[in-house]
Ligand binder design. Structure first.
Ligand SMILES: O=C(O)[C@H](O)COP(=O)(O)O
Length: 345
């Protein structure tokens, strides 16, 4: 992805403790980012090096790339030497998809779409259970929709992860938000998982059905009509998105931003919605428009894929963290798990 890399001296900064500063400039397609390293002499005589970034344009990519550059996981996946080396050699990466846990409007049987409602208690429990199931699978980056039910699911799931890294939502909505949420310790960054939120992963926009009760709508417009709105591929509900329209933006986002991360060996979790995930699964499993309409996803059930040699291999849903046989670990996943066991014992 990086097309040009060069080192340049970085002028001295306003602190008597800085002993050395340098900057690396990366050109990443249409955007550029500057990684700035500062070496500090601490009062106790020790020295410390912190790296952070300044970027322009296309902030999601910049932030993702920054974390990618900075993160060095002591429990690397697959097993290898340095993180960058293992990334280069990496022959596979894990992809976890999770539909959010039950929301307050799922519970009330209302069309939700892009209305931003939180999880129920049951949804919270489902998210925690999903986290248990994936607690031995490596996660380097998380993508969620812009909606709270997906974000809650991702965050709650990660509370169960054995690696104990902290998921941190990247705020790139304005220059100030980006700048005010920077992390200035390389050590802390290595214990962090970047969480990227993207509206493209949102639930399909349900148009004028949003907020209506599904049963009452079926009683009013007829079961067939409502089934057509809910489960046809290319017929949109009134003023809303068809599954095809939802797939267009969700899959475009996946191929443009997420797939390159998998290619570089990053293990990814996506927390999203029934229809944005059906769209992505349609792409991953090469389903036809006929096949995808009968695909139903339960709330809070993680699905695991392995990305290997440019192909997505479906591994099913991990049933419990300890039951390797249920979804058959790959060798790399087994090694990762072994390292977690060593680290935590
Ligand atoms: O938005 C909604 O109401 C649901 O999350 C998905 O609804 P569906 O099952 O009708 O597509």
């Amino acid at each position: 992805m990086a097309t040009a890399v060069f080192q340049q001296p970085f002028g001295s900064l306003q602190s008597h403790r800085h002993v050395n500063n340098s900057a690396v400039h990366l050109e990443l397609g249409s955007c550029s980012v500057r990684l700035i390293s500062k070496s500090f002499k601490l009062d106790n005589g020790q020295s410390r090096k912190d790296t952070y970034c300044r970027g322009q344009r296309n902030f999601a990519v910049i932030q993702a790339s920054t974390f990618q550059t900075s993160l060095v996981d002591p429990v690397s996946f697959p097993s290898g030497n340095s993180a960058s080396e293992s990334q280069k050699k990496s022959s596979e990466a894990a992809l976890i998809l999770i539909r959010h846990g039950e929301s307050l409007w799922n519970e009330k049987n209302l069309f939700t779409g892009c209305v931003d409602v939180p999880l129920t208690n049951k949804g919270v429990e489902e998210a925690i259970e999903a986290g248990n199931r994936i607690s031995n699978i490596p996660v380097d980056m998380i993508y969620t929709s812009a909606l709270i039910r997906a974000q809650m699911t991702a965050m709650l799931a990660m509370t169960q992860h054995r690696r104990r890294k902290v998921p941190v939502i990247l705020h790139n909505e304005s220059e100030q938000a980006r700048s005010w949420s920077q992390i200035f310790s390389e050590d802390t960054i290595t214990q962090t998982i970047p969480v990227i939120t993207a509206w493209q992963l949102n639930e399909r926009m349900y148009g004028e059905l949003q907020g209506l009760n599904k049963q009452e709508t079926a009683d009013r417009f007829g079961k067939e009509k409502v089934h057509e709105w809910r489960r046809s591929y290319d017929i949109p509900p009134p003023n809303g998105e068809s599954l095809e329209m939802c797939a267009e933006r969700a899959v475009a986002y996946f191929t443009e931003y997420i797939e390159p991360q998998l290619h570089s060996g990053k293990n990814i979790m996506i927390a999203a919605h029934g229809n944005s995930l059906r769209s992505i699964i349609m792409y991953l499993n090469k389903l036809t428009s006929k096949e995808v309409i009968s695909l139903e996803l339960s709330t809070g059930i993680p699905m695991l894929y392995i990305f290997k040699e440019g192909k997505f291999i479906r591994r099913g849903s991990p049933v419990a963290p300890t039951e390797a046989g249920v979804y058959a670990y790959t060798t790399d996943l087994a090694l990762y798990r072994e390292k977690l066991d060593e680290m935590l014992n």
